[in-house]
Design a protein around this ligand. Structure first.
Ligand code: HEC
Ligand code: HEC
Length: 291
């Protein structure tokens, strides 16, 4: 009798961690369902549609150099940008044939700047915190360009996460952009393009999603488990900018995807960064080495 009781207690003790882990995952998945379907209300001010040639050209440049093409494809028709280990991520078609075909002016702003769909759903894996800093002019330019694209297949987004990652999302350990953005912040004032600190700071606003607020680097939340941490770009101990003494070395890294010593830099969206203009990269370098 006594033995049996001990055995039973032992069984409970051994089974408990596994049961608790299963319970945690199940709770995380429930929370993830709630989180995906929660409604996010953000104050949005519309940006008027434009169609001048210079605006379209600016939009083409921003689309190609700020990451959009990496996840939505060069023609806007959608692209699978991450796969493996139970993870599949694909940006949807954002030409007029796709999900944005029915957008009103205000919907573009809500999606790109705030990371929230017209239905009030927080977008997954879409790095709107990098685009929250777009000036109204630049936002209008991207929208003009997207509206001018030839319609593609209309494919929808794919966001399939492995169960542990989904559970982590549920617990808030992988926050979506909508929960990180300060939605009340007014849009930035336009900065004249040039090799200046202010313009460099503006360009660097697309690096915060991965390199963190203040560009201090560290583990990328929501990144794949095998991703190396993002480098520290901010001044101070361990700043990687010590390896980039002049703007030319940073330009070379953006174009080649390789460090000055020839080794490959992981994770960075080089399809896009290679398209960045010399002015933008020189301004970035000035800003990143000035602090
Ligand atoms: C890291 C990949 C990534 C980058 C970079 C990215 N997107 Fe997305 N985007 C996504 C994913 C994934 C979705 C679908 C997310 C979902 O449905 O939860 C999406 C959705 C969208 C949508 C449709 C939202 C809806 O109504 O369903 C638009 C519009 C969009 N992105 C525009 C852009 C623009 C413009 C840029 C560049 C300024 C950009 N994206 C950069 C991954 C990305
Ligand atoms: C999708 C995430 C992502 C984005 C966007 C991104 N980075 Fe990175 N970056 C990383 C990661 C991860 C590393 C570390 C790579 C490694 O260790 O191989 C890195 C490394 C670097 C390095 C150091 C390379 C070296 O010599 O080791 C520099 C410089 C850099 N990034 C600059 C930038 C700038 C500037 C931007 C914005 C224009 C940017 N990154 C945007 C993820 C990103």
């Amino acid at each position: 009798m006594k033995h049996q009781r001990w055995l039973r207690l032992l069984g409970i003790a051994l089974g408990a961690p596994a049961a608790l882990a299963a319970l945690a995952v199940a709770t995380g998945l429930l929370l993830a369902e709630w989180r995906v379907h929660r409604r996010v209300d953000v104050p949005v001010h519309a940006v008027a549609y434009r169609d001048e040639a210079t605006v379209l050209e600016r939009g083409r440049y921003l689309y190609a150099s700020r990451g959009c093409a990496d996840c939505h494809g060069g023609n806007g028709g959608g692209r699978t940008f991450a796969q493996g280990g139970g993870l599949t991520l694909a940006g949807p078609d954002i030409t007029p044939a796709g999900v944005a075909g029915a957008y009103q002016p205000v919907d573009w702003v809500r999606t790109i700047r705030h990371g929230v769909t017209p239905q009030g759903r927080a977008l997954m894996m879409m790095p709107s915190e990098d685009y929250n800093g777009f000036t109204d002019d630049d936002l209008a330019a991207i929208v003009a360009y997207l509206r001018s694209l030839p319609p593609q297949s209309g494919r929808t987004a794919i966001v399939e996460l492995p169960l542990p990652m989904k559970a982590m999302y549920g617990f808030g350990a992988i926050p979506d952009a909508a929960s990180r953005i300060d939605h009340a912040k007014p849009p930035r004032q336009a900065v004249p393009e040039g090799v200046t600190l202010r313009h460099g700071e503006y360009v660097a606003s697309m690096c915060v999603g991965c390199h963190g607020v203040g560009l201090v680097g560290g583990k990328i939340r929501g990144g794949a488990p095998d991703w190396p941490p993002a480098a520290r770009l901010a001044a101070g101990e361990g700043s990687v900018m010590d390896h980039y003494p002049d703007a030319d070395s940073l330009i070379a890294m953006f174009r080649s995807g390789k460090r000055p010593d020839g080794s490959v830099v992981q994770v960075m969206p080089f399809d896009s960064l290679a398209q960045m203009s010399e002015t933008d990269v020189r301004a970035l370098h000035l800003y990143l080495t000035a602090r």
